[in-house]
Design a protein around this ligand. Structure first.
Ligand SMILES: Cc1cc2nc3c(=O)[nH]c(=O)nc-3n(C[C@H](O)[C@H](O)[C@H](O)COP(=O)(O)OP(=O)(O)OC[C@H]3O[C@@H](n4cnc5c(N)ncnc54)[C@H](O)[C@@H]3O)c2cc1C
Length: 385
């Protein structure tokens, strides 16, 4: 079987699973701001969330490019992969930098669904995009680290057993470069919720199960440290490239959903005794979004391939995320416009997907910061901040 046949089979399998979770399932979850646990369980049972876990640990050992296809198809089917996507991208940090003991301890459970790895604690209220200014500290105390500080936007923390946490282990004024002295921990939240860890949900414009978390003398075993102490920022950057590629793939899926929905509606809806899609003023925006989506899709797969070949896809991952998030947002806006008033009615799912798609030009990294990266690191322009 050629790789493209494998990929086509993955697409069909994800489509079949997603067909079991139609619009009314998502509408109800959205209305109640409820976690789509049944959907996440179904993805886990089918092995999709273990796609990147090596076969030796119970996963299917697929490459990032295949994982990107899974996330794309979830979104293209009208489902919301934000309920589970972190497991895919957090996985890369554990796979690339975790010890054999950590992999053996956690990966089989994550693969069979008895453990969830869904929470990623990087953002903080005061530091914003300036990650290197984060204030959460982890201080070594014998066989433990003691963690104090606060994270914000730690999505799915209430529905995850494990959290990947970035904290400062050496004060900023004691390191040569501010990128040093940060460390990554795999925190088993089941052991610390209520004794050092407090999770508070944040209600947002879409159903995203995001939270703020507070660490108050939270004691975690020293064995929670991933890789070497002080090297966490380097590890997290590599994980962030995987995250950007996977989120970009989700945006491509969203764009495909909006384009298909708009095209179907434009063929079907008749005004002035002809389909609205017969008007160039309606069909051109759809066609433009289609071209934008296709360009972004190419960049996503290119970035994934660079990643899979062991290269540093910083440039490609950032461009994929920029192009795909802009393509999905343009398609979302176009889809509302094509639907006229019905674009605002819950039962069409357009307004729900519109709200969900809005996130991705802001998170996990905003468009401005991607442009700054390209200007400085690719084009050699002076650093702007
Ligand atoms: C629903 C949701 C879920 C999230 N989930 C997670 C998660 O699970 N884990 C996690 O760690 N984080 C998460 N985040 C955080 C997300 O990654 C950040 O919101 C994002 O990186 C932007 O950071 P900020 O909100 O602090 O914005 P700020 O840094 O305060 O920036 C605000 C605005 O100013 C602009 N800006 C800032 N500095 C510059 C500059 N130098 N030049 C030009 N423009 C600039 C930005 O582009 C942005 O538009 C989530 C956020 C949301 C909203």
């Amino acid at each position: 079987m050629t790789e493209s046949e494998d990929i086509a089979e993955i697409r069909r399998a994800v489509q079949a699973l997603c067909a079991e979770f139609p619009g009314d399932y998502w509408r109800e979850k959205d209305r109640e701001r409820a976690y789509p646990g049944e959907f996440v369980d179904a993805l886990t049972r089918a092995g999709f969330l273990a796609a990147l876990i090596p076969e030796a640990y119970g996963g299917s050992g697929l490459k990032l490019d295949a994982a990107a296809v899974i996330m794309e198809e979830i979104q293209a089917a009208g489902c919301n992969g934000a309920s589970a996507h972190a497991q895919m991208y957090i996985m890369n940090t554990l796979l690339r930098y975790g010890s054999e003991e950590q992999k053996a301890a956690y990966l089989p459970g994550i693969a069979d669904g008895s453990l969830r790895l869904q929470a990623f604690g990087v953002s903080e209220p005061t530091s914003g995009t300036d990650t290197l200014s984060l204030r959460t500290v982890a201080v070594r105390d014998g066989d433990h680290y003691v963690v104090n500080g606060q994270k914000i936007w730690t999505s799915r923390a209430e529905y995850s057993d494990l959290m990947l946490l970035l904290a400062r282990t050496t004060p900023r004024d004691q390191v040569k470069s501010k990128t040093e002295g940060l460390s990554i921990f795999l925190v088993d939240m089941r052991e610390v919720v209520g004794s050092g860890l407090t999770i508070k949900p944040i209600r947002t414009m879409m159903n995203h199960s995001t939270t703020e978390v507070f660490f108050d003398d939270m004691r975690i075993p020293a064995s929670s440290l991933i890789g070497e102490e002080g090297k966490g920022f380097r590890y997290i950057l590599s994980g962030m490239n995987a995250e950007r590629i996977l989120i970009a793939a989700e945006c491509v899926g969203d764009a495909k959903w909006f384009i298909r929905k708009a095209t179907d509606y434009a063929k079907d809806r008749s005004v002035f005794a002809r389909p609205i899609g017969q008007n160039q003023g309606v069909q051109f925006p759809i066609a433009r979004c289609y071209a934008q989506m296709c360009a972004a899709e190419l960049m996503v797969h290119h970035a994934a391939q660079v990643y899979d070949q062991g290269g540093n896809p910083g440039e490609e991952a950032n461009m994929a995320k920029l192009l795909a998030s802009e393509a999905s947002w343009a398609a979302a806006d176009m889809c509302v416009q094509t639907h006229g008033g019905f674009g605002f009615a819950e039962e069409y799912d357009v307004e729900r997907k519109f709200r969900e798609a809005r996130l991705y030009t802001v998170a996990p990294i905003s468009t401005n910061l991607i442009l700054s990266y390209l200007a400085e690191h690719v084009l050699g322009l002076p650093r702007s901040y």
